[in-house]
Design a protein around this ligand. Sequence first.
Ligand code: UGA
Length: 453
Amino acid sequence: MKIAIIGSGYVGLVSGACLADFGHTVTCIDKDAFKISALKRGDIPIFEPGLESLIVRNLQDERLTFTTDFAGPVGEADAVFIAVGTPSRRGDGHADLCHVYEAAREIAHALRGSTVVITKSTVPVGTGDEVERIIREECPHADFAVASNPEFLREGAAIQDFKHPDRIVIGVESDLARQVLMQVYRPLFLNKSPVLFTSRRSAELIKYAANAFLAMKITFINEIADLCEKVNADIQEVALGIGSDNRIGSKFLHAGPGFGGSCFPKDTVALIKSAQDYGSSVRLVETTVAINDARKRAMARRIIEAVGGNVRGKTIAIFGLTFKPNTDDMREAPSISIIQALQDAGAHIQAYDPKGMEQARMLWSDVAFRSNPYDAAENASAICILTEWEQFRALDFKRLAKLVATPIMLDFRNIYSADEVTSHGFAYFRIGAASRTGPAPTNVSPSEQEAVA
Ligand code: UGA
């Protein structure tokens, strides 16, 4: 089967590489000539575990090609995926669909023979209808069908998610679209991955509803974590206790500094706007967004309180900048609000992230980026873990204790146990449980010791 994918961003690249790996002949198309020539050489513009080798292998086997040429590959394709970005529209938070509609217009002029056009980009309900209308208007005699096939990939686990999905959602309005998409996903059908055929509009809404629900679940557990701190309960025990109920499920119950990334923040706001347009309200989602925004900045206050209420002139070490591990993506990362608030309060920031520092350097010129966690901890009044990278799970606390100005650890991802951290003389603060002090630190002034206690 011949497939063209428009947009070589995160979704386009992962989908293109995986579909080529299934044995299809895939052409990834992007207007960015610089990006395309890099991809042709096997240089991947994003960090995603396993993606580079998958792309290189399929390039070598000539199942995957990259091009800026639109008409040729689209004309030959049985299936054309639109995988362009749908960022928040400046000013009102609506999904900006200009790239989707532009792609639809260009597709219309390139179509030859029977083709299924599939939106993979996250798009509001009704976008498929508009894509169909545009193609019909531009090319009245074209033989085509429009389908919706939202993706549910998580950054950092995208290839696993594509090849072993919990479900594949396919929204179709015609038998042609159904047959072609069954062929596209044939290897997954054979693997017995659950496939849900729905109407096109339902498929579009499923994507937003899924992301909004997950964002709400995280926000719920974050609020329960705050309550745990007040009533001296432990969020990890509570999460286990509620998550063991199959109706609730244990995933996405990790309390933390608030959700970030390129999807949840943008998609929750877009869902709210769409719902408003239809005169329907999604108040739970509105509240989720408001709580999450406030939470990120409130995290900085916790750090300030932990060092005694004043960070002016003090150094704070930040371990982890990306919105989650195994990505270099900094979009809407909690670190952005937290570092900003700490700097506003006069703190000096020393930061380390295994993959995110290149992106982070574009955000801050006044953060001292260090090449490992130990250099970042030097002379710090507190260390704060913001992203749960594997390499932060086995830190050498003895070494850290000698480097810091004050042994205070704020673990916003709950990757340590209090006993482990306090046994090295650190005061330990985590999300959703009472803070714990260690034995009196030796290199701390009396006022700072008071603050820690
Ligand atoms: C999310 C969805 O999980 C994917 O299914 C979806 O395809 C994708 O958005 C998208 O729409 O493209 P992603 O943004 O890559 O994927 O990341 P997640 O793993 O969902 O994490 C999002 C945020 O929630 C991160 O900041 C993470 O730290 C936070 N999180 C997640 C928590 O704080 N607690 C949890 O229990 C889980």
